[in-house]
Design a protein around this ligand. Sequence first.
Ligand code: 4NP
Length: 152
Amino acid sequence: MMTRILMVCLGNICRSPLAHGIMASKLSEDSFYVDSAGTAAYHIGNSPDKRSIAVAKQHNLDISTQSARQFKVSDFDTFDYIFAMDQSNYDNIISLARNSDDVKKVSLFLEANSNIQNKNLPDPYYGDHSDFEYVYDLINETCSILAKKIND
Ligand code: 4NP
């Protein structure tokens, strides 16, 4: 059986493409389907931000072929786990939930990581390369924890 995991941020160009690529790299393609989406429509069809592509490439991960899409209500049917990158993304997703089953699928991505107090993954869009490196490292650490948990 396939387990389906969706990573969600605002634009689907900075944070969730990294979470998508990193998580997929830690799980077997035979058993897991990983995707990402944004709650906003601004960047539909765009490639990930060039700074996310660059920081991923530094870690030998190619996310350049991803294309941004908007979160849609049917994602609640498609996915088993929906991870929101910050509280605002979480609230936006929950506002589209139709019932308690939908709500149960959604959590804050960083809730999985007990090493970090602030459960909002910072948006690096207005930042510089070091902000993207920080976000990469935090996503990578959290995906390792999550992959271990989901694989058990
Ligand atoms: P993301 O970052 O949610 O991590 O993809 C953002 C990208 C674009 C915008 C905001 C956040 N924007 O306002 O265009």
